[in-house]
Design a protein around this ligand. Structure first.
Ligand SMILES: C[S@@+](CC[C@H](N)C(=O)[O-])C[C@H]1O[C@@H](n2cnc3c(N)ncnc32)[C@H](O)[C@@H]1O
Length: 363
């Protein structure tokens, strides 16, 4: 724990902007939980890698890539837990890794050193939305303005709500991270995290200015103000992917969060299986239980959209988001990300993940 804490403090000094925007906290949380909850996270990581092996190789003809072009761009590469870098390096002559957390660059360098392949790996640190720093600075300035508590609150909420304006200039924001046009893009468990970082920033700032009690009492209000900006970040990711115009896009993302509760602590902590399962016909249902569950012990479950209402599993919706692409493969699975009681908390969390392969239509 101590080395991690020291590493966090050093990183905060080295990368104040990434700390301010919440990317260091997110990275440290992922690293800690991926170790502590390894047994629960590993099946998800393996399914992500398998989807890459199954679809990324077939979707593209990497031999056609010129040495100067980015062959594959990996967005949200992070700690590379869910990437099969060895396989990707076999397929692509060069790979651009992208993440907003600068700390992971040392992991990327190590992976490059250990790689048997001649693949060149370029490393890019930055926010893929290109919006968060601006939104963050604007809210900071707004909260520093004079006024009564009520005025400041209303102005802050207006500011958060107004963030949801599509930038007038159409910019190829992801183009910053690559030379030329990438043949393939892998968006790796990133999409749902973009608005999540913005949400944490808003929460932290509002709590600092108005206090925890005020924030709890007005939770519904600020979450409603946050919603349109969150959705814009999700929609914008597809517009940014389309602007890059690669031949294929592999997108892996959470689509739903299921929060479950047990009335009593009956869930054996050793069990990996999630207490809820999902299938397209019945939706969420109670899964196979490790112990007989009586009526009074049955868990309850609240399911939320991880993409702020965007129904990515609807083919028509995908067509609207990426009109020049067809969906060639789609899979879904559950990720028991935080088992009930694992951190002493009173609810468990299961993510439903979807993976899609999109290929560009022939012209
Ligand atoms: C849930 S993790 C995905 C797992 C990651 N591939 C790994 O193995 O660590 C989300 C990753 O997206 C990155 N991320 C989140 N929001 C981002 C943004 N706006 N721009 C760039 N990267 C972002 C985080 O830093 C994190 O590494």
């Amino acid at each position: 724990m101590l080395p991690r804490l020291v590493q966090y403090l050093v990183s905060s000094l080295l990368y104040p902007q990434a700390r301010k925007l919440g990317f260091l906290d997110m990275g440290m949380g992922i690293e800690m939980r991926s170790h502590k909850l390894r047994r629960f996270w590993q099946p998800h990581f393996e399914l992500c890698r398998e989807f890459q092996r199954k679809w990324l190789g077939h979707a593209t003809d990497a031999s056609r890539v010129s040495a100067n072009d980015a062959a594959l761009m990996v967005l949200g590469a992070g700690h590379l837990y869910d990437a099969d870098l060895d396989f990707l390096a076999q397929r692509f002559p060069n790979i651009a890794l992208v993440d907003a957390n600068p700390v992971v660059r040392s992991i990327w360098r190590r992976a490059q050193r250990n790689s048997q392949r001649s693949t060149s790996i370029s490393m890019h640190t930055g926010d893929v939305s290109g919006l968060l720093e601006h939104w963050n600075n604007r809210l900071t300035a707004q909260l520093a303005a004079a006024g009564t508590q009520h005025e400041r609150w209303e102005n802050a909420l207006r500011d958060v709500r107004d963030a949801a304006v599509i930038p007038a200039e159409s910019k190829n924001i992801l183009g910053r991270f690559a030379e030329g046009r990438p043949l393939s893009v892998l968006s790796l468990n990133l999409l749902s995290q973009i608005p999540l970082v913005w949400q944490h920033n808003i929460e932290k700032k509002l709590e600092k200015r108005f206090g925890k009690q005020w924030l709890c009492a007005h939770e519904q209000e600020w979450l409603e103000a946050f919603f349109p900006g969150a959705r814009l970040l999700v929609d914008q990711h597809f517009a940014d992917l389309a602007a890059l115009n690669p031949e294929s896009i592999l997108l892996l993302t959470d689509v739903q969060y299921a929060y479950y509760k047990w009335p009593q602590k009956v869930w054996p902590s050793g069990s990996i299986e999630a207490p809820f399962k999902w299938d397209a016909r019945s939706g969420w249902t109670i899964g196979s239980e490790p112990a007989p569950i009586t009526r009074t012990q049955a868990p309850s479950c609240e399911v939320l959209s991880a993409l702020y209402g965007l129904d990515l599993e609807n083919a028509e919706v995908r067509k609207e988001l990426l009109p020049d692409y067809s969906t060639k493969a789609a899979e879904t699975w559950l990720w028991h990300i935080l088992p009930f009681g694992a951190e002493g908390q009173t609810r468990g969390i299961i993510h439903r993940v979807c993976a899609f392969l999109f290929t560009r239509n022939a012209v």
